[in-house]
Design a protein around this ligand. Sequence first.
Ligand code: GAL
Length: 351
Amino acid sequence: MIEFLPLLPFLPLTLASPLHPRLDDGLARTPQMGWNTYNQYNCFPNESIIHSNAEALIETGLADAGYRYVTVDCGWSVEDRLPNGTITWNETLFPQGFPALGQYLHERGLLFGAYGDSGILLCGSPPNNTGSLYHEEIDAQTFASWEIDSLKYDNCYSDAATNYPNVNYAPSTSPAPRFTLMSHHLQSQERPILFQVCEWGIDFPALWAPEIGHSWRIGNDITPHWRSIVRTLNQAVPQQEFVGKGQWADLDMLLVGTTAANSENEGGYVLSIPEEQTHFSLWSILKSPLTIGAELEGIRGGSLEILTNADVVGFNQDALGVPAGLRRRWSDEGSEVWSGELQGGRVVAAV
Ligand code: GAL
């Protein structure tokens, strides 16, 4: 169900097409690149995890290759707000605090990615981690005061009509107004803050997210299996026509270099190297944000080479910002062709 959303006069908009108003604040002219805690550490991030992976981003050359947003996903907040109403971090997990964490990242040329939720709690609760519903303005101000550079905004515990269940994939109202409200308050801060809409594609966000954010998740979480790649690509097909500079369809985190306890591959890697190459190439040319989900210390050389392949990263970061689309699929034979334009009259194709 799509609800009518009034155009907010305070958002700078370009009208690429009169039917598709877009947020145009100069951020994410190419898909954002970075690293996120969730896939490898679930909802148990902490300061030393962030420090060690941030150092590894630099030492491995990943930061130089463009991966700069470091995002602390679920698990960082606590149940209660401070007496003045502000949201705060878990002091046991982050003893030096979030402002110091931001400073640590900025000193190293990295960017500070925060995670919040448009419901009453963060995804991954319990233990209860407070979310931003009904506190959007003060939370946007607080996040900005911590000098965050991006906000991944999630959709758990948000459906008031059904008493705030953890997840409701068929809610009675659209998530769009809740995400729009947070976008408005982020836009009101002096600091430019990249806004990542994460409502799992339940209300076809391609139709409304480009107006309020810089990327939108197209589906549910990627899981550590090859079949999850195939499922995600299928879900991407109808999204690609809405993608453009500053508005990217987010295919979710990369499995390149990701390990899992139950994997039978050598070293516990979820995918083989050829599978990682295929996965990375497609995420790249579809212009998905490139967010590494792997633990970086000790990551195998083959996965690092894939993540830093200058040609493939270059296709993703191409200035034209045109995503590849599915051209043809031979289902019986198991092959397909994707292609898309690049600047300079070139075309990139994946077979
Ligand atoms: C999901 C989201 C994931 C991750 C997780 C945390 O809703 O899609 O990317 O953030 O919550 O629990």
